[in-house]
Ligand binder design. Structure first.
Ligand code: ACM
Length: 544
């Protein structure tokens, strides 16, 4: 066997070289497509090592120098050539057709480390792997003395299984600071995850500045108080503390640019027509009733949805116009989930609109609403994506479906020839409990342990090969009804997102849970250095 995830051999060096012992293991997560040690000697990064590049790899070369600097303390020189001598070389060959997009080839020999890719994203992935080949202390934020930054000679060839390797962060239920979003992007990037969906609007908060409609944040970003305990607990109790916050357009630009440098696409989610009470509180004419609604303080599915009047459709298109200026994402998420139709059933306006448009019912009215967004986005060169309820009443022609209520919506959409992101509650809802510990912190419910996440396969057997092509990938959800701090978001997210990263990147046949756990023992130390507050007990659960 040429390849092994972990080769547990302590090689005592016969010579009196700089290192006395070197553990010959590969602890890269997600595990590469192929990796094998070679018989050459190791390479050690020193203060004299240079980073040479060819093609348009300057930015990535400088980025790598920046990544290596804090822990090593070395200010490695970046040179526009593949110089001889001890060097790390980044080779960007846009014509290197044999390396798939986002893939890379990494080869280590005594005189050089070379990463070759056909895209900047591929080089970046190769750099992430290089960091994980180095001693874990490379993730320290300040310079570490007495470490040999040594990598064993090897060849890696690697590329992702899926193009959508994502996480969703709900910043609407609780506002999470920009600094945390940036850190979260870094943590995703180290796992070669390339997509972050920001759930920016919901009943309990509107978190993105929209210049045309300032009340969305003046009013909609703030709620009077938050629920204490679980929604199921009665009577409901509240903390009496105003909660809120929002991202200015400047903040958003910063987040998007930061993510872009790390090859993470930010997918904005603007919910409609349901999960919109914060918008209705800001602009009451968006609602169906005369009732003056506050920004919502309870969780759960909410009957207050926006009306489907032409002016409301235009309002949301105005919002999307500003969103499109801020987010270069090819996909724009319009929510579409959990919109009870009770108010539309009772509304004379909604009923006359259904008649005038020749529609059957309220589901078709929602479908009409979403189709208007689909046409709007398509005209601007973007693609609409929504939760699987957008199938109800007829799927918009250009829509991509994010399947959350199990996989059936995703399967149906793929069978209809639509693209799909698999995000089923059963495998990807990281607001579910992850352990059975007595003192586990409050969660929404359910039980989704690490091993179950790891075992997920986004391509179900019921799909033909052609239909399976429509599965773009998978995404882990961090809904925040019961997550009010960055620390808890990390605790719920990791290591389950680590496992999902391997689901999304690694070929199915290379997955190996025992190997993952071994590698995670190393990876956890990286998290410790980075200050990522992961759930440590996850490993014990699987070892029981
Ligand atoms: C969802 O969890 N309502 C998409």
């Amino acid at each position: 066997m040429k390849y092994s995830t972990v080769i547990p051999a302590i090689l005592l060096m016969a010579t009196t070289s700089a290192f006395s012992a070197l553990q010959k293991t590969i602890s890269i997560i997600p595990v590469p497509v192929s990796a094998q040690f070679t018989n050459h000697g190791p390479f050690t990064i020193t203060a004299e090592t240079t980073i040479g590049y060819s093609g348009k790899a300057k930015d990535k070369a400088e980025q790598l120098a920046g990544m290596l600097r804090p822990a090593t303390g070395f200010a490695l020189k970046v040179k526009p050539s593949l110089a001889k001598g001890q060097s790390i070389r980044l080779v960007l060959e846009e014509t290197a057709g044999s390396i798939p997009p986002e893939g890379y080839v990494l080869s280590v020999a005594p005189d050089r480390i070379q990463i070759t890719a056909s895209s900047e994203a591929g080089l970046f992935s190769g750099c992430q792997s290089l960091l994980q080949l180095l001693p874990v202390e490379i993730y320290q934020k300040t310079s570490v003395k007495n470490i040999h930054w040594t990598v064993w000679a090897m060849d890696i060839r690697d590329y992702p299984r899926f193009g959508w390797r994502g996480a969703m962060l709900d910043v609407a239920r609780y506002y999470l600071p920009k600094a945390f979003i940036l850190k979260f992007i870094d943590t995703l990037a180290m796992h070669k995850m390339n997509s972050l969906q920001l759930h920016l609007t919901d009943d309990q908060g509107w978190r993105i500045e929209i210049k045309k409609y300032p009340k969305l944040t003046e009013v909609g970003a703030w709620r009077k108080e938050s629920l204490v305990g679980h929604y199921r607990d009665r009577p409901h109790q509240f903390d009496g503390k105003k909660h809120g916050g929002f991202y200015t357009q400047e903040d958003i630009r910063e987040i998007v640019a930061y993510a872009r440098e790390r090859h993470v696409n930010i997918v904005p989610e603007i919910e409609m027509p349901g999960h919109t009470q914060a918008a209705i509180a800001s602009y009451p004419h968006l609602g169906n009733t005369k009732e003056k609604l506050p920004v919502h303080t309870l969780w759960g599915v909410n009957p207050n949805i926006v009306n489907a009047n032409e002016s409301t459709i235009l309002f949301f298109q105005d919002v999307l116009t500003e969103v499109l200026e801020l987010f270069p994402s090819p996909f724009i998420h319009i929510g579409g989930d959990e919109a009870p139709k009770k108010q539309w059933k009772a509304s004379a306006d909604a009923q006359s609109r259904i008649k005038a448009l020749g529609l059957q019912d309220e589901h078709e009215l929602q479908s009409y609403f979403i189709k208007r967004m689909d046409t709007f986005l398509a005209a601007k060169g973007r693609r609409l994506i929504g939760w699987d309820e957008i199938l109800e009443g007829g799927l918009a022609p250009g829509a991509t479906v994010m399947s959350w209520r199990g996989e059936s919506g995703g399967i149906k959409a793929a069978q209809m020839g639509h693209d799909v992101v698999m995000a089923p509650t059963t495998y990807t809802y990281f607001d579910y409990y992850q352990s059975l510990e007595k003192d586990r912190p409050l969660a929404i419910g359910g039980f989704l342990p690490l091993e179950k996440v790891y075992g997920y396969d986004p391509v179900t057997k019921s799909l033909t090969k052609e239909q399976a092509q429509h599965i773009l990938g998978t995404q882990g959800q961090i809904w925040t009804e019961y997550i009010s701090t960055p620390q808890k978001a990390e605790y719920m997210g990791f290591p389950r997102l680590t496992a999902l990263a391997e689901v999304a990147w690694t070929p199915r046949e290379k997955k190996d849970y025992a190997g993952f756990i071994d590698r995670f023992k190393v990876h956890g130390k990286r998290f410790d250095f980075l200050g990522v507050n992961y759930h440590k007990h996850s490993l014990d659960i699987v070892n029981q």
